[in-house]
Design a protein around this ligand. Structure first.
Ligand SMILES: NC(=O)c1ccc[n+]([C@@H]2O[C@H](COP(=O)([O-])OP(=O)(O)OC[C@H]3O[C@@H](n4cnc5c(N)ncnc54)[C@H](O)[C@@H]3O)[C@@H](O)[C@H]2O)c1
Length: 302
């Protein structure tokens, strides 16, 4: 029985949550289990939008030893929806009923959630400009923390998190889920072994539809259109692939050049600051380069 419990917890922390892009703690060490206060892992989630309701909460529910013990959102509607008191926030309404059985404590203020004594892990799934404060506060209290990408919007804020994570009792992970994609891991392992020879150029193009951007009936999602809150699409979306380039190259670029802008009609419909297309060239040590283009300009639905 003990063994089964441990496997379940281990799965939550490594593979399972990861598979649905909720990779709580991959680089954990097994001693960290000793830190969990009860027989179950008690999770608190801050930010109950798209990511929490469609990825984190449905995934967490698959782990019987993991309990959703606290929920927080500034929106009362999202909070009550996530708690199962209203069911409309989940694609599958039974999710709300399952969450309700855990009877999580509900908060509109994340600092109040961080005072809940029986919690072990905190998921931060708020817009990116809020990550630094929430993550640093949660790490300082001693929780293990998962935060969605992008970790922050500035180097200074990221450095503050790294500093807090180094001192923390718990473990810390950023939701760069491509790092945990088994196929990609295998491919990059082969590249690193030299199976395809020396990598001198990576060329990658992402072509998406603007219908993925928030519509007028999603006012809560407008942060993504603001550079100050979302970081522009290079950071908010491109961070997935730019991280993979660094992974392949085994280091960070030393120079970058790029151009981008706004070119499609929804300019007029949205009060938005962010680009809908850009191209970048990154230069890496050893005369190696990445050519990367990314746009929201494909046909709707593509
Ligand atoms: N890895 C992925 O594939 C992926 C996919 C989508 C989003 N994300 C990331 O997840 C994060 C959240 O994105 P989302 O799509 O869920 O956004 P969202 O707008 O749908 O949800 C964010 C939620 O946070 C709440 N919130 C805002 N400020 C808050 C505060 N101070 N305290 C408590 N709650 C607060 C909002 O009310 C909202 O419900 C972002 O960093 C985003 O980049 C990652």
């Amino acid at each position: 029985m003990k063994k089964k419990e441990n496997i379940t917890r281990r799965d939550f922390i490594s593979k399972g949550a990861m598979a649905a892009a909720a990779p709580l703690i991959l680089n954990y060490n097994y001693n960290s289990f000793a830190k969990f206060k009860n027989n179950s892992i008690n999770v608190g989630i801050i930010g109950l939008g798209n990511r929490a309701s469609h990825a984190h909460i449905p995934t967490i529910l698959k782990f019987p030893d993991v309990k959703i013990a606290a929920l927080c959102d500034i929106s009362k509607e999202r909070l009550e929806g996530a708690a199962g008191n209203r069911t409309h926030i989940y694609r599958d309404p039974s999710i709300g009923q399952k969450v309700k059985k855990y009877n999580p404590s509900l908060y509109q203020d994340y600092e109040a959630l961080l005072k809940q004594k029986d919690l072990d892990c905190i998921f931060v799934a708020t817009p990116p400009d809020r990550h630094k404060r929430m993550v640093c506060d949660a790490l300082r209290v001693g929780f293990s923390v998962y935060v969605d990408k992008p970790m922050t919007l500035t180097v200074t804020d990221s450095q503050a998190i790294v500093k807090a994570a180094k001192k923390a009792k718990g473990v810390f992970i950023v939701g760069q889920q491509l790092r945990y994609n088994p196929l990609l891991r295998k491919k990059i392992e082969l590249i690193h072994k030299g199976e395809i020879g020396k990598v001198v150029l990576v060329s990658y193009k992402v072509f998406r539809g603007s219908d993925r951007l928030p519509s007028d009936d999603q006012p809560g999602k407008k942060w993504i259109l603001s550079i100050e809150q979302g970081g522009d699409i290079i950071l908010e979306q491109g961070v997935h692939w730019i991280d993979v380039f660094n992974w392949i190259m085994g280091t960070h670029p030393i120079r970058a050049a790029g151009l981008g802008g706004q070119g499609i009609l929804f300019n007029e419909e949205y009060d938005r600051e962010i680009m809908d297309h850009y191209s970048l060239i990154y230069e890496y040590p050893g005369n190696r380069r990445v050519f990367f283009s990314h746009s929201w300009m494909s046909m709707p639905g593509v």
